[in-house]
Ligand binder design. Structure first.
Ligand code: KIV
Length: 284
């Protein structure tokens, strides 16, 4: 069964938690799809976990299209959502629709995600009117890192908590089919989830949301930077990969790799003929 905006909405109604992970390449997306993950997010976090930037701000539309296309090829059932990168939608409603269209047309995403609620509602409405499903990202919105003064928990005081709820309602009213809330207190996330008719996906927002999303490098222990508190590590692939790279280096230096089982054979007759040619070449 292919996951769609309709099946995800039904999951909210049925209380069936929605699973989402980020991916940025074909093979990882394929593994997630085979594992039954329902949504794959091509996050602009790729700037940090794939390209080595310190934040997401330098990510371009070209980066997003390139990685979205690869993920879309690997996802046959999961709904692929692609992030609109910094300054691809804030500048105007027109830019938002054109760039959302590029992620769908060139990247083959099924939906797009952008950061913000009330302020960005005209963009959400226009993209939805162009028949492109929209996810609104609220709370700790990484594209606002400089405005926030760092990656910090959001919605802790009364004004900020009330604003988060207002933003979530505005995103829903503008036509968003899903909201992602990042790094907000658990009780507030639970309230927002209860108040909205559309699915609310949490990251650092507790188990009361309709589903969860994680950056896959965080959950596999593959990111060298500081992992956030909410990022449970489900495997230590970083350590396993490093150990494999070291074993390869050691065996190559020791001459024990490749072994007899990794090589191809040739007949003695052919080798004798080649040796003759080689010897003749030396004499000339
Ligand atoms: O870019 C991203 O990976 C995200 C998730 C953290 C939700 O937006």
């Amino acid at each position: 069964m292919k996951h769609t905006v309709t099946t995800l909405h039904k999951q909210k109604i049925d209380g069936d938690k929605i699973t989402m992970l980020t991916a940025y390449d074909y093979y990882t997306a394929r593994l997630m799809d085979e594992a039954g993950i329902e949504c794959i997010l091509v996050g602009d976090s790729l700037g940090m976990v794939m390209l080595g930037y310190e934040d997401t701000l330098a990510v371009t539309m070209e980066d997003m299209i390139h990685h979205t296309r690869a993920v879309a090829r690997g996802a046959s059932k999961a709904l692929v959502i692609a992030d609109l990168p910094f300054m691809s939608y804030q500048t105007s409603v027109y830019d938002a629709v054109v760039n959302a269209g590029r992620l769908v047309k060139e990247g083959r995403a099924a939906a797009v995600k952008l950061e913000g609620g009330e302020v960005i509602a005209p963009q959400i409405k226009a993209i939805v009117e162009a028949s492109i499903p929209v996810v609104a990202h609220l709370g700790l919105t990484p594209q606002s890192v400089n405005a926030f003064g760092g990656f910090k928990v959001q919605g802790k005081d009364e004004a900020a908590a009330v604003k988060l709820l207002a933003d979530a309602r505005a995103a829903q009213a503008a036509g968003a089919f899903m909201v992602v809330i990042e790094c907000v207190p658990e009780k507030l996330a639970r309230l927002v989830t209860r108040e909205l008719d559309i699915p609310v996906i949490g990251i650092g927002a507790g188990a009361g949301c309709d589903g969860q999303v994680l950056v896959y490098q965080d959950m596999l222990g593959m990111y060298g930077g500081i992992a956030p508190k909410f990022a449970k590590q489900f495997a230590d692939m970083g350590a396993a990969m490093k150990a494999a790279f070291m074993a390869y280096g050691d065996q190559t230096k020791a001459g024990t790799f490749p072994g007899p089982e990794h090589v191809f054979s040739i007949s003695d007759e052919v080798m004798a003929a080649v040796q003759k040619v080689a010897a003749h070449g030396k004499g000339a």
